[in-house]
Design a protein around this ligand. Structure first.
Ligand code: GTP
Ligand code: MG
Length: 496
């Protein structure tokens, strides 16, 4: 355990060192996360090997999702200028590939376990999340994930995720769970569509899961919708019609404003013979590829806001969710323990009274138990008997506390916020009900006015970080879309 903690603090030190060069504001954010970790450990909410800093990707994360065989992997290879991912017209990718930079010359492929067990990557402990939706599947993490390292300079300081296409029949809950996880963590989500197959089942699934369900998100501006393979429209020269019908499909799924691009991958397309048509298609393709690239390059900005946002969110969560729930738990535990003690000791007293009355040991208000009087010559035996009685009473009280703790914890089992972090809450409940903790204590262990002030200070700091980021970036939200195909907010997406 101690080594786990050392390795967490070593990791955070490494992170700070790297961020110092890249973005000094984030370097300080690491310290604030450390403070939150300390508070969480004192509350018993975190183990020594846990850190709030592990709940996010510190590197900008770009995911490529969408229709199968739409060219997701081809786009990644084009972006990296490296033939990293296999491409082909059948469903090629059957698992998610996390791609990160390496200084080595060669590409390495590592199993999903490497991602599941390493807190520096965005899939840390994702097997648990998979287990929640599909019991036992978490063990098969290698079937869902792999890690590839690649020496392409375009990748330096970023993480890319390639994904299996959305296939109407093959979608399983675990895959959707991972997709949701990726969407939550990503700073930029490229959703790919295929200009060749506007009506496929995969298209329908993509519209449902990655358009309809995501448009109401607060961070919906991180989604870019890409109609790929528009070179397929060259023979009929009907790019406008194809684009318009794609836009209608998006609009039917609720997307009335969003960043939409039409393009094709230069290396994959057959040459266009007619010079005028070639110039038109290539002009469109290059402008859109440039715009997508620009958004990818900008993603470091979004990442910085995301991390600062997480800091504030975590401080709020501890003060407004975790601590009030622990207080409620303590209240329930106290009441149940008092009831159980009352029942056990009251019952024992009643039984004693009934037996002694029945045996006729009461003379008025005086109780005379002959066997006890015989023992008056043996004080040591009396002391041992009284000691045993005290031990039995202590044991009964501890059992009542344990029973009450289990019952009180059970009351929270259906609370979705507790369910999400069940192991953490269970640990904090245990810490608060250890045998030497008084049931009369109202404040959770590790909580007090000072901790409350520290959390308020962290929230204040996070606002200051946001201001500093605003000062640092001329266009902090990265919301504008400097590309020709982008729809303006509030207006339907434009035609090409
Ligand atoms: N003509 C043309 N073909 C393309 C383009 N992009 C990709 N392709 C071809 O389309 C097929 C599918 O491309 P992939 O990159 O494997 O597609 P994917 O989305 O990664 O597919 P899955 O991983 O199976 O979901 C391959 O045969 C590519 O050569 C494009 O812009 N134009
Ligand atoms: Mg692929």
């Amino acid at each position: 355990m101690a080594t786990e903690q050392q390795s967490i603090s070593r990791r955070l030190r490494d992170l700070k060192r790297r961020l110092k060069k890249e973005n000094p504001i984030l370097e300080h954010v690491v310290d604030s996360f450390r403070e939150l970790d300390r508070i969480s450990r004192r509350l018993g909410f975190f183990d020594r090997d846990e850190s709030h800093a592990n709940r996010t990707s510190w590197w900008p994360l770009i995911s490529v999702l969408g229709v199968y065989s739409s060219g997701k992997s081809s786009f990644i290879n084009h972006f990296l200028s490296y033939r990293l991912q296999a491409t082909g017209n059948q469903a090629v990718d059957d698992k998610f590939t996390v791609i990160c930079f390496t200084d080595e010359k060669a590409v390495r492929v590592l199993p999903g376990l490497a991602l599941d067990a390493d807190p520096r990557f965005p899939f840390f402990r994702v097997s648990r999340a998979i287990d929640e939706v599909h019991r036992g599947e978490g063990r098969r993490i290698d079937a869902y994930l792999q890690l590839k390292t690649c020496p392409s300079e375009a990748l330096r300081g970023k993480i890319l995720i390639d994904s299996p296409g959305f296939d109407a029949d093959a979608q399983r809950n675990s895959t959707l769970r991972i997709t949701d996880h990726i969407v939550d963590l990503s700073d930029l989500v490229l959703v790919f569509f295929d200009a060749r197959h506007p009506e496929s089942g995969s298209m329908h699934d993509t519209l449902e899961h990655l358009v309809r369900r995501t448009i109401a998100r607060r961070d919906s501006n991180k989604f870019l919708y890409i109609l790929n393979q528009i070179d397929a429209t060259v023979p009929e020269d009907n790019i406008e019609d194809v684009f318009a019908s794609w836009q209608r499909a998006l609009a039917q799924s609720g997307l009335t404003a969003g960043c939409c691009y039409a393009l094709y991958i230069p290396e994959q397309a057959a040459p266009i013979t007619d010079p005028a048509q070639r110039a038109r298609y290539e002009g469109k393709r290059d402008a859109n590829l440039r715009a997508v690239r620009q958004r990818i390059e900008q993603v470091g900005v979004e990442r910085a806001y995301r991390i600062v946002g997480l800091l504030e969110q975590t401080a709020h969560m501890l003060a407004n969710d975790v601590v009030p729930r622990l207080e409620q738990f303590l209240g329930a535990w106290r009441r149940l323990t008092l009831w159980a003690d009352g029942a056990v000791f009251g019952g024992a007293l009643l039984l004693f009274m009934a037996l002694t009355l029945f045996a006729g040991y009461w003379q008025g208000i005086h109780l005379r138990i002959p066997a006890w009087e015989v023992l008056s010559d043996y004080p040591a035996v009396k002391a041992v008997l009284l000691g045993m009685l005290a031990i039995a009473a202590g044991y009964a009280h501890l059992s009542a506390r344990r029973w009450a703790a289990a019952r009180a914890a059970g009351r929270f089992a259906r609370d979705p916020k507790v369910q999400e972090l069940m192991p953490n809450y269970a640990r904090a409940f245990r810490k608060n009900t250890r045998w030497f903790r008084s049931i009369l204590r109202r404040q959770p262990v590790g909580w007090g006015r000072r901790t409350d002030r520290t959390l308020a200070q962290i929230v204040e700091e996070s606002l200051q970080y946001v201001q500093k980021l605003n000062d640092q970036y001329a266009n902090p939200s990265g919301e504008t879309c400097p590309q020709p195909e982008c729809a303006e907010p509030g207006r339907p997406p434009s035609n090409p």
